[in-house]
Design a protein around this ligand. Structure first.
Ligand code: COA
Length: 166
């Protein structure tokens, strides 16, 4: 993928979905905030401006903030990820930390198109593994990532409640 847009695909999930994948630009920010607000019920313009600044403008050789655009330019979905490496000895891998598809455009392979696009972007820079983290009870995201071929990996997530009184 160049810094600009990918070619509209002739076949595959992107063609089925009728979307074009581009890197997110500042001109997408309003639609990004709106899509997220419709999904989460909370508008977070400062948060998305920060995510865009970090993942859409810096280290773009290994950070990918991609959008799927419908032919009329509306935002059908978005995905973001980056290369992470050497955390507890892990070889550099692609991390997907966000994917969202417009509720009105789900089930049309927009998510698959986005996921394959970011996997292609990782592959092109020599990354051969992609990871993500999903809540066990999150059946939608779990079904999606499993459908894309993802399986349980060798790491386990650990956490600790930090009590301010202790
Ligand atoms: C998960 C999500 C990205 C899937 O996007 P989508 O465009 O609807 O998914 P696709 O059409 O590309 O589906 C690809 C495959 O995933 C699986 N899948 C997708 N939606 C599914 C559902 N509702 N139930 C079961 N399986 C599903 C299917 O196997 C599907 O392939 P198929 O249609 O050939 O059977 C979308 O539902 C979404 O945005 N969910 C909210 C994500 C979220 O929580 N974001 C905020 C935090 S990051």
């Amino acid at each position: 993928m160049s810094n600009g847009m990918s070619q509209a695909a002739a076949t595959g999930p992107c063609a089925e979905a009728g979307v074009t994948i581009r890197r997110a630009g500042a001109d997408h920010l309003d639609q990004i905030v709106d899509l997220d607000a419709r999904i989460t019920g909370l508008a977070k313009p400062d948060y998305w401006a920060d995510i865009f600044e970090r993942y859409g403008t810096r280290r773009s050789h290994e950070r990918f903030f991609l959008v799927a655009e419908a032919p009329d330019g509306t935002l059908a979905g978005m995905i973001a990820g980056e290369v992470r490496g050497w955390e507890f000895g892990s070889q550099p891998c692609g991390w997907v930390f966000m994917v969202s598809v417009d509720p009105g455009m789900r089930g049309q392979h927009v998510g698959e198109c986005l996921f394959r696009a970011i996997c292609d972007a990782f592959r092109k820079i020599g990354i051969d593994k992609v990871r993500t983290m999903v809540r066990r009870q999150d059946r939608l995201n779990m079904a999606f990532f499993r459908a894309e071929g993802m399986v349980a990996g060798p790491y386990i997530q650990l956490e600790l409640d930090l009590d301010e009184d202790e």
